[in-house]
Design a protein around this ligand. Sequence first.
Ligand SMILES: [Zn+2]
Length: 85
Amino acid sequence: MRGGATMGFWDGERCEYCRGFIVEKIVDLPRKVGRKYALIKNVPAGVCKDCGTRYYAANVLKTIDTITHGRRKAEREISMAVYSL
Ligand SMILES: [Zn+2]
């Protein structure tokens, strides 16, 4: 698909590690908020097609920062099961 309005933020960008193409994806991001883990959903990220490295736009990082510093109220709270090997 082509055309200015439909271009994603990451279109044409290359991965700084492997030079692979970066595609825009909506991801869920586990982050530590205070002493608890929280899942931040629907985060727009640029994901490298080749190595999977994720990139976040500055405004997205700022929003994540706001959330992880507890300045935004959670939509809902779920308990999270944690496993370790
Ligand atoms: Zn890469």
